[in-house]
Design a protein around this ligand. Structure first.
Ligand code: SF4
Length: 489
């Protein structure tokens, strides 16, 4: 579709909002108001004495809506208010044409709860809730969700001290590739990936050692450790043992509040791996069924069964992990509301401490994104999330963490639900950028947070494992940036 911009520079916001309605369409931005196409949103901002007149013409096939409003404000506020009003008009026009009213209104950012916290700080609770509902056009239900999550996050953020940090370990390998995944992860089925894994783990242990030395020299205090992927469960038990041992040797773990390994795919879970994880004091693991519908698992290329999801969870509980997370996804291809409802019910019946409900986000780089397979629309996914929310609440779970990805179906959200006192601290520390996360491995990004400010600097590792191995010298050199950062303020 074409997005025409005339008389303003709010193209980023207008484009993000159009993408909510047409997530898989290429949006061409044209700085010219003339010309009509079959799929166009024309936006204009025309100054007059004392304000701006803003106009939106939306043409989607046979449907056409033309809306306009006048914005009067002080010079300092005029641009912001005009931008807001144009977005509101786009929202009104496209919701009407498409029949989908996004419950997050015109709020397209990835961290709604972080925005809520900032607004509460600036304008108080009442003002923040009003701004969400009246200006951003967020539904009553999502406004309440953002508020609840923001309050839960605030308690966790307050645990963090000036010298706190967390450690993230990246294992970008998986047993096979899921069709909806756009993450840089290598299927271990592939001979090349299998071949480089041992060398990758050697370099990773080296980077862990370098990072541990730097953290100790700077007097940093480790709060949480998180193994993510990919699928860390692809590691064999002795490989896990060595890596966890390298962490113990390199870091002072006496201050760690939480140690998570996102095992990932249920088919990678074995008694021996669980034993090793417990031996190294890993307390939280994530086993991700995504759905309890066998047909969907096959369709999305996850080579495990529903039975394996249940059994691996039961095994984890038998090994004494005090927090187990299960991920589910709303909006998977060919899944009906009943399919999703049954997955939610099954997850709740197992009673894990955490259930994270994601909304499908289809990037072009995923197999599904290029296959043309039909996935649920916004209204269907919205109904699924409403069901999950209701059932989880009545089963004693509370939302404590939330984020969005671009291209989430219907601009909906991912929410971490937990039983009382079982929040995953790392998720909040990382998402809210309240302290530094030292990240190791391919694709890892170290985020350096200056305490008491919003200043965040990033150090990027190479994305692919083979680059990570061949360019390791460069990576270890870049790690010195951590020291320079802490010594510069
Ligand atoms: S297990 Fe996760 S990271 Fe791996 S391919 Fe599937 S979705 Fe992607």
């Amino acid at each position: 579709m074409i997005l025409r911009i005339f008389g303003h520079d709010f193209h980023y916001e207008c484009e993000s909002l159009c993408r909510v309605y047409f997530p898989n369409e290429k949006i061409n931005i044209v700085y010219d108001e003339s010309g009509e196409d079959e799929r166009t949103v024309i936006t204009r901002c025309i100054p007059f004495n004392g304000g701006n007149r803003v106009e939106v013409d939306a043409v989607i096939g046979e449907e056409k809506r033309s809306l306009a409003a006048e914005v009067c404000a002080d010079e300092a506020e005029l641009a912001d208010k005009s931008e807001l009003r144009i977005c509101q008009l786009i929202f009104e026009a496209l919701s009407d044409i498409t029949g989908y009213t996004p419950p997050w209104g015109i709020q397209t950012g990835v961290r709604p709860s972080k925005l809520m916290l900032r607004l509460i700080d600036e304008m108080g609770v009442e003002g923040a809730l009003r701004y969400f509902k009246e200006d951003l056009l967020v539904s009553e239900e999502k406004t309440a969700l953002a508020h609840t999550v923001a309050s839960a996050e605030e308690k966790i953020i307050n645990l963090s001290e000036n010298n706190s940090f967390s450690l993230y370990v990246s294992i970008p390998f998986c047993p096979s590739r899921c069709s909806y995944c756009s993450f840089v992860s290598h299927s271990i089925d592939n001979a090349n990936a299998k071949r480089i894994l041992p060398e990758y783990l050697e370099k990773l242990a080296e980077e862990i050692e370098i990072s541990g030395r730097i953290a100790s020299e700077l007097g940093l205090k480790l709060e949480s450790v998180y193994f993510g992927g990919g699928t860390p469960g692809v590691l064999e038990a002795p490989q896990m043992d060595r890596l966890l041992g390298a962490i113990e040797k390199s870091f002072d773990l006496s201050t760690v509040r939480e140690y998570t390994v996102e095992v990932g795919r249920p088919d990678t879970v074995t008694p021996e791996k669980l034993r090793i994880l417990r031996l190294h004091n890993v307390g939280r693991i994530s086993i991700n069924p995504q759905t309890f519908n066998q047909k969907t698992l096959e369709l999305i290329g996850r080579n495990h069964s529903v039975e394996q999801s249940v059994k691996s969870y039961q095994l984890a509980k038998a090994y004494g992990f005090d927090c187990v997370n299960m991920d589910l996804i709303a909006g998977l291809p060919d899944e009906s509301f009943e399919d999703f409802r049954s997955s939610v019910d099954t997850a709740i019946s197992l009673s894990p401490e955490n259930i994270t409900v994601h909304t499908l986000a289809l990037k072009r780089s995923s197999n599904l994104g290029t296959s043309g397979t039909e996935v649920s629309g916004g209204n269907a996914a919205k109904k699924m999330l409403e069901y999950a929310s209701e059932r989880l609440r009545e089963s004693g779970y509370e939302p404590y963490y939330m984020y969005r990805q671009s291209k989430c179906v219907g601009n909906l959200e991912n929410v971490g639900w937990c039983k009382k006192g079982k929040e995953c601290l790392y998720n909040v520390f990382m998402m809210e950028e309240c302290h530094t996360v030292i990240a190791v491995g391919a694709g890892a990004v170290t985020k350096l947070c200056e305490p008491g400010t919003t200043n965040v600097e990033r150090i990027f590792n190479y994305k692919y494992p083979y680059e990570y191995i061949s360019g390791f010298d460069k990576i270890s050199e870049r790690k010195n940036g951590i020291k320079s950062f802490y010594l510069s303020y």
